[in-house]
Design a protein around this ligand. Structure first.
Ligand SMILES: NC(=O)c1ccc[n+]([C@@H]2O[C@H](COP(=O)([O-])OP(=O)(O)OC[C@H]3O[C@@H](n4cnc5c(N)ncnc54)[C@H](OP(=O)(O)O)[C@@H]3O)[C@@H](O)[C@H]2O)c1
Length: 280
């Protein structure tokens, strides 16, 4: 992005943007780019500390920033977000939160914990998009950006539900893009590969597998905003060669090859360990 883009962003996505998962990693980088472009922000995350830190960095650009400490898997969360934004004209919704929170083989896992993965990635974003994108369509300007994952292109052990929800959002984004393109509301599913975010650093992903690309959150956010007018789906360029993106008729071979790579990524954790760390 160059500073030349900033007035166009304000016209298309201002005056307020809501970022769900806007305190850390790619979400925080989106926030900083938009703040620099003069767009006011509503930042949502659970932990007040990082939320405050990112909000303060964004305020240095002179705009307004609201901090909302809300759990996006809480059934009351959407109502809290709506109540805290009723007086705002929201022109951009970025739904970044969504890393896997329950990495278990399906039959050994906890259904309530899987439900939280579904709520974080499907139930809540759909409710927020329904609320915020209706007025965007009426105004004939705006944007919706969803964070997707390569995991949504191919099944993987301990990520059956997570891969499923990421596949859902990609197909959903394509449909929404079709429905909103004639109304000048941009829709993009930004597909991330392995990215060095604080969440993934905390779970101890092995970022050092030879030949495996690892993205930087600031690069991902820049690329995401640049691609937002050109939906419906964009795979972050560092990961464009990922074999998961090439549909092959032999799905068993494709899934097993990806499974072997995933084992390396998780640091050789045994396949059937239902307590393996979550992964983006
Ligand atoms: N990092 C990767 O390697 C990778 C790879 C593929 C796809 N992705 C996708 O990229 C997105 C960002 O991933 P990430 O690695 O940065 O981890 P993440 O935990 O999904 O996102 C971090 C942001 O979301 C907030 N958040 C997470 N859960 C929340 C909840 N229940 N309620 C409210 N806020 C919540 C975090 O703050 P709090 O923790 O304070 O709530 C933080 O601001 C996700 O959608 C993920 O699926 C990431």
């Amino acid at each position: 992005m160059s500073s030349d883009d900033e007035p166009a962003w304000q016209r298309q996505y201002g005056p307020w943007a809501v970022i769900a998962g806007g305190s850390e990693g790619v979400g925080a980088e989106f926030a900083l780019l938009l703040a620099r472009a003069g767009i006011n922000l509503v930042l949502i995350a659970r932990k007040p500390g990082p939320l405050r830190g990112t909000a303060e960095r964004c305020r240095e650009f002179g705009g307004q920033v609201r901090e909302l400490a809300v759990d996006l898997t809480d059934p009351a969360g959407v109502a809290q977000i709506i109540a805290a934004t009723t007086d705002l004209e929201v022109g951009l919704l970025i739904y970044n939160a969504g890393a896997n929170t329950h990495s278990a083989e399906f039959l050994d896992g906890d259904l309530r914990a899987f439900q939280q993965v579904i709520d974080l990635n499907v139930t809540t974003p759909l409710q927020l998009i329904h609320h915020f994108a209706g007025p965007m369509r009426a105004r004939r300007r705006g944007g919706v950006l969803l964070a997707g994952s390569l995991t949504g292109y191919q099944g993987s052990a301990r990520h059956s539900v997570y891969g499923g929800v990421k596949a859902f959002t990609r197909i959903y984004a394509e449909g929404l893009w079709l429905e909103l393109r004639d109304h000048n509301v941009h829709v993009l599913e930004l597909v991330l590969g392995v990215t060095r975010t604080p969440a993934m650093q905390r779970v101890g992903l092995n970022f050092d597998i030879p030949g495996m690309p690892v993205s930087d959150p600031a690069d991902v956010a820049r690329e995401g905003l640049a691609r937002l007018p050109h939906g419906p789906v964009h795979v972050v360029s560092a990961h464009a060669d990922n074999p998961a993106l090439r549909a092959t008729p032999d799905r068993a071979e494709a899934v097993l090859a990806s499974h072997r790579m995933m084992q390396k990524l998780l640091g050789g954790a045994p396949t059937r360990d239902s307590d393996a760390p979550p992964i983006g």
